[in-house]
Design a protein around this ligand. Structure first.
Ligand code: SAJ
Length: 425
């Protein structure tokens, strides 16, 4: 079996490697020469547990190869980005470009699968495009009788940090442009998925993916809203959540400095922009989560202004714990504003970065390690719940002013909690 995976990012590369491990001949296609070169040398350009070993193994055995050029294959998996523009309207340009490239080499019997998170209807647009570009082939949804190729949507659902485990163990939703397409795609996923593979229509599968991430966003927004209420009331939100979650049917998620990553902070907008009148809750959740960033900046600023003599360490830039991914990261946004506002009083601790991101170039902020922060900073703003921060013992921070947006240090003395400093009101 020959498989082409288009897009060698956080989803495409692990997917390509896992398929290659099953013995299939996999070609990874990417637009960046540096990515192609890195993969062909058996290395990885992204940090993900166990991915480096897997990629070096399948490349060494000749099962995975990368290229800028697509080649004829039996199965095509599209895993390219679907960003949104300034008006939150989704941009499926990369998906359509990938489909255009596939059209050049498509032949009867092939299976085309879209995995990128996409607005409802995108898979049908891919089919339509292929029908326009390849009038010599019978494309599903655009022909009578049995089609020459199969086209399906099967969203990835893996959690960064657990990608290789979840790629295999998670259930998969497989939506065909026709039921026959779904069955063909199902055969492919059965090669490497241990979880259940459930078939449906392409549109239902597309909406399922968006619903999953919107569900999480709405639930995190509830936790973030509670944190604002608790802040106003002078109550410890972490304690309230711990207590509420003792109820058998309550399971409140964790507040934080906002919601980041390229999924939860993005995908709900795909639903909102498709049905604005029907989505006040989903839109508001997005606004609550984005608004939390401003609240954290205000609270952290108040703490820093309260004592001009102390240096401040912002702990973490990643969008969540124990990963090196800074996309849409609220921690990065907060740290950047604090660095711009307070100059060289602010230092950044991020064990997952070897240098500060380019956005910090105009600031005086420095990247320091945990030990230096403990020695030289009198104040901590906890922005990411990395394990390495969580494990700092009380005696190394008891005397610091701490604003802990992730609730990682419940034992911090109340008198040394920055959030206890009320704003001017
Ligand atoms: N967060 C909180 N509080 C929480 C949980 C998360 O503030 O209680 C924040 C995180 O710190 C982070 C953001 O939310 O900034 C998103 O993190 P996440 O762990 O919830 O999700 P992602 O973006 O890493 O992965 C999600 C997953 N979707 C769901 O759990 C429904 C994953 O399964 C998807 O595959 C992925 O999006 C994706 O690619 O769509």
């Amino acid at each position: 079996l020959k498989v082409a995976v288009l897009g060698l990012g956080y989803i495409g590369l692990p997917t390509a490697a896992v398929i290659a491990r099953t013995g299939a001949q996999v070609l990874g296609v990417d637009v960046h020469q540096s990515v192609v070169d890195t993969v062909n040398s058996g290395k990885v350009h992204i940090e993900e547990i166990d991915l480096d070993g897997l990629v070096s193994g399948v490349v060494a055995r000749g099962k995975l190869r990368a290229s800028l050029q697509i080649e004829p294959s039996d199965v095509f998996v599209i895993a390219v980005p679907t960003p949104f523009d300034d008006d939150h309207a989704p941009d499926i340009g990369y998906v359509l470009k990938a489909a255009t490239n596939i059209a050049i080499v498509l032949k009867p019997g092939d299976v085309v699968i879209l995995e990128s998170t996409s607005p409802v209807g995108t898979t049908e647009k891919v089919a339509e495009l292929l029908a326009q570009l390849r009038t010599d082939l019978k494309i599903p949804g655009h022909c009578t009788g049995s089609a020459d190729v199969a086209i399906a949507y099967c969203p990835e659902r893996v959690l960064p940090g657990r990608i290789l485990v979840e790629l295999i163990d998670n259930d998969r939703v497989i939506g065909g442009v026709t039921p026959r397409c779904a069955r063909k795609a199902l055969q492919f996923y059965r090669r490497f998925v241990r979880g259940a593979c459930v078939t449906t229509t392409a549109k239902a599968a597309e909406m399922t993916k968006l619903a999953e991430n919107a569900f999480r966003d709405v639930n995190i927004a509830f936790a973030n809203e509670l944190s604002l209420v608790a802040d106003r009331m002078g109550v410890d939100v972490w304690e309230v959540i711990r207590l509420a979650n003792r109820h058998p049917r309550v399971n409140i998620l964790s507040p934080g400095p906002g919601v980041g990553g390229h999924c939860i902070a993005v995908d709900p907008w795909f639903l909102v922009s498709a049905a604005p009148e029907q989505t006040p809750l989903i839109r508001t959740a997005r606004e609550v989560n984005d608004g939390k960033i401003e609240h954290v900046i205000a609270r952290a600023s108040a703490m820093i202004e309260a004592d001009p003599s102390i240096r401040v360490a912002c702990l973490g830039l990643a969008f969540k714990a124990n990963i090196d991914d800074f996309r849409e990261s609220p921690a990065l946004k907060v740290a950047l504003v604090l660095a711009q506002r307070f100059g060289d009083r602010v230092a950044i601790v991020e064990p997952y970065a070897s240098a500060l991101p380019a956005a910090f170039a105009d600031t005086a902020a420095r990247l320091i390690d945990v030990d230096t922060a403990i020695e030289t900073c009198g104040s901590f703003v906890v922005l990411v719940d990395h394990d390495v921060f969580r494990s700092i013992p009380l005696d190394e921070r008891a005397d610091k002013q701490v604003y802990d947006t992730r609730g990682i240090w419940p034992d911090q003395p109340v008198t040394n909690r920055g959030e206890a400093l009320r704003l001017a009101s």
